[in-house]
Write a protein that binds this ligand. Sequence first.
Ligand code: MTE
Ligand code: MO
Length: 355
Amino acid sequence: MYQSDRIIKEKPHLITRSLYPENQETPIHFLKENVTPSPLTFRRNHFPYPSISIQTYFLTITGHVKTPVTLHYNQIISMPSRTVTSIIECSGNKRAYFEPKVFGEQWTEGAISQGVWKGVPLSHLLSFTGINAGAREVVFLGGDFGLKNGEYVHFERSLPLEKALDPNVIVAWEHNQKLLSPKHGFPFRLIVPGWYGMASVKWLKTIRVLNHHFTGPFQSDDYVYYPHKDQDKDSFPVTTNRVNSIIQQPRDLQILKPGIHEIAGLAWTGEGVITSVEISFDNGETWKTVHLHDTPLKYQWVKWSFSYVFEKNHEYNIMVRAFDSFGRSQPDKAFWNHNGYGYNEVSMVKIQIEK
Ligand SMILES: Nc1nc2c(c(=O)[nH]1)N[C@H]1C(S)=C(S)[C@@H](COP(=O)(O)O)O[C@H]1N2
Ligand SMILES: [Mo]
């Protein structure tokens, strides 16, 4: 066997942003299938992985409920289940592209995955306990913890009651027809389709119903859009995924032979569905509609492609923008915010065609 064959047969790798805690993104040309295999799924962690043993594990549902309950693993996985296919995209995806630069993990475009998640609807769990009048939010506590702003805290986030009761919000134990892996939240994680990834709390330990607004550090400091550099005014929380796209092929700064090439990628949105994707070869003066490979579905990405004849000895800026059923599209200039969330500027690659 030649050395090159051996290299080609090696498994693809993630791109490491940090190892402790582990933060790794997926090279976007590996997002080929509609379901991202677990080993290729990006990893986003604020703290070291918790160690959880199933024998001692239980999930508590408490707070502003009629009957608090404690459930063991087997009780939960024997409940009526629902399967949702959904993307999970980190709200910091594409942060590296903000100008001026912002602090935080410098994700490029691969902090996104699409998976098939099976679990019990949260609404079913809450029908078990009942909810008291005046309930406003539901808080989810993850089993991982560490220092934040000088204090030991767990990763903890809330959802407004209305979103928590959406039948697509599930407490999942299966990912792509397999048991949830330890890195992605075993034994249970929340899946919140349509919201950026921070909402999908891993290693779920406690569910608490509140009659007031939750203000943990991952709710009030992080995952807030702060539009100004030096002041907090006009801030608002990070929730749904913005309409967005990536160009997977050709890759940025690739050199190609003259002639016909296929341009291909993905497009997605958090609310509604993708309605069209457009491409421009003249810096946004004119746009053509690309071919969508499937009927766009809610919470899922859609693959698109477009064939184009490239002239020799030329450079091209290929620009792509997606539209959704709310009439939203990708802006010409990203909405800058202090912590660098929700980047969805028109996607672009620059390529060169040989002489
Ligand atoms: N308990 C816990 N849940 C968490 C996180 C975390 O650090 N701890 N990170 C969140 C963020 S910011 C994202 S983007 C997703 C990433 O999910 P993944 O690592 O399974 O891809 O998990 C979310 N759930
Ligand atoms: Mo994230």
